[in-house]
Design a protein around this ligand. Sequence first.
Ligand code: TRP
Ligand code: ZN
Length: 882
Amino acid sequence: MRTDTGEIIHLEDYRPTDFVLERVDLTFELDPRQTKVEARLIFHRREGVGLDMPLVLDGDELKMTGLLLDQEEIAPANYDAADRTLTIRHLPASAPFEITVVTEIDPQANTKLMGLYRTSDVYCTQCEAEGFRRITYFPDRPDVLAPYTVNIIADKEAAPLLLSNGNYLGGANMGDGRHFAAWFDPHPKPSYLFALVAGDLGVVEDSFTTLSGREVALKIYVEHGKEPYATYAMDALKRSMKWDEEAFGREYDLDIFMIVAVSDFNMGAMENKGLNVFNDKYVLADPNTATDADYANIEAIIAHEYFHNWTGNRITCRDWFQLCLKEGLTVYRDHEFSADQRSRAVKRIAEVRHLKAEQFPEDAGPLAHPVRPVKYREINNFYTTTVYEKGSEVTRMIATLLGADLFKKGMDLYFDRHDGQAVTIEDFLACFAEVSKRDLSQFSLWYHQAGTPLVTVSTSYDAGRQTFTLSLEQMVPPTPGQTAKEPMHIPLRIGLLLEDGTEMSLPSPAGAEMTGDVLHLTERKQTVTFEGIPSRPILSLNRGFSAPINLHFEQAPADRAHIARHESDLFARWQALNDLALPNLVAAAASARSGVPARCDAALVDALLTAARDDRLEPAFRAQALALPSESDIAREIGSNNNPDAIHAGRQQIMTAVAVAGREFFAELFDKMAATGPFSPDAASAGRRALRNTALSYLVYAENDPARAAAAFHSADNMTDLSQALTILAHRFPDAPETLQALSAFKARFAENALVIDKWFTIQATIPGAETLGRVRTLMADPLFAGSNPNRVRALIGTFAFSNPTGFNRADGDGYRFLAHQILDIDPRNPQLAARILTSMRSWRSLEEIRAEHARNALREIAAGATLSPDVGDIVERMLVG
Ligand code: TRP
Ligand code: ZN
């Protein structure tokens, strides 16, 4: 295996730059193939830095056509332009000096989508993490902050719109068919927040007045004709701006806030100062084309990027090891926003489902790493669910430990103290330690130790003494590079329920600190005793998923059913239903493996239907209650030697058992949850649709006939219902004439809408079973498939690998070999995309022997690739070694 950089970066090697950057002045002369960039950079030598120290700038695939010091050409003897660095010697001792770098770049040829590139004839940049160095030589690291002036020159017809960060200074025609615009961003920022967009786009405009009376112009730029699709995003933006003022006291700080939607983008969106760039998937929506999940994602991501203005931009990261400082915190903020805008309990359930489906496997496999890593080879590979979602959970635990008031005080101190700085996790934690006077050093292990802690619990009730005792034990599993772990500070929210459905107020126990309903587990083993308990209580543990842990607690099914029925915390009710279902599903998988029929506990069916029937509960919750743990949840519970076919077959049998038992009820529910008025994307209406579609899915299991789903497909008047019906048809009756007809009707109707066609690919890529690989191959040859578009590649190849356990993990290993070839094909064009899709194999070691052997061989085939990117090289190496 060969990669172009094998170098490992260590946190302990951090030191500030030798030169301080004071100002940046950029001029772009845009051309699709030959864009000229002139960067004028004012530096001074940092105090105490020796005269012999050269200035070293970062670069990546650059062609330099000029280099000047204070407007004089620098003699070749005084600099070295290497592949990845530019070194300039003999610079002034202390006075500021100006370096001018002129580069020529080819945006059209930039398929990596990092730096300046083209997407549908629009010029667009993506600089996080290290894309700016693909534009010019620069100290491309987050602790180098400066104000930027940006001049953009372009053909007026091709690019009537010229945008960059900050405030618009002015512009004019140049007389030669070109025009220019100048922008100034007064807020010092790191290069990763730089952005430029130029092209011909439509706009949706609005405005927002901040708490202190600043009038902010809001603009969302989209392809011409797509303007009506941006109104929901605009609404979400205004709600985000208001919420950040109310919940965190944070106001916006420029006169304009812009969002640009583009169709070629490596991730979800990017928080560039004043000029967010979005994957259009997270901007465009209307009832005919977007599902309820799409609406919820748009709301969350608009909020996320907006919230970065304070958590990320005003206060940024000292180095990329601190990525969770902005990402974990900002995810926490967007979670809280969505919880306030929608149903808190339902949002929490969705978060935990996502965390368990994505982050827990990462933490349990070869790619496990701490929330705050100490080394990396390719930073792109650390935009992970551990940094984002576990990082958010760690922030949530700080709020749980401190309580709402102290958490707010700590955040305020953080904003006050570090505004305008590039800081570390230690700086962040110090604010909370200070306001709470708590020692957070043990808690900080959540940032440093990888792996999901396992907490084992048993309880006993002594009727004579009236005591209730919990024996707790924690273990953090070994992860790559970390074999021995220290015990963590784990905040467990608990409740003691009584047989009559009420809840005890908690006496303070012996053996553990308790604050409110939070029990602090801090030792490896801890025995906690509550006194004065008159009857045997039922323990509800880890309410609200207060800690991101695995729990081993052999609780009687009757107690779980009791929690599912009576807990005041709805999340805990959902958790209890899951805990009831999982043993059934695991047993069913074992039965399927040995070829005997599975059986389903009547108590499970009863608990599920009881929750689903309860009209006092919101429909969205009832839909979640009915959704059994997924195939990957079951695989995780089994842990090793997994056979995805058996898991699938077992789960189908349990689904069928529930469906048959509840058949009449599901039919009633399906009718009852029908829409009563015109479509609205609000959470309550979405909840009704979710419950109705869940009922439909069970009904189809009970009836084993495509008729009902086909009817639902033909009568659907919104994309949620339409795509759900199509999914049921395709997944359960892939070859039925009803399905083939629906698939082609869907394709014909939406052929012009790329985002909807992505769904058409995804639905087919996730059809269970070994046959689907053939389908995926056929679909790749469809004229609508575009290998250069990341959304399309993710929709077909990504979802096949990530979300089709039986198809991808075919026993003959063809799924893995297919993926290996795709990775080797994508990597030279777009390494970030290739590396991300490759992480779909992160749990390969937990597969049964024959599949694991096939998977290992496929990984080796990738590793043997002639020239791997650092991105793919890093992932494949860790997956084979770890
Ligand atoms: N900072 C962005 C966010 O989470 C994500 C991001 C990081 C990104 N690197 C990127 C987006 C590269 C696109 C391309 O909000
Ligand atoms: Zn982010």
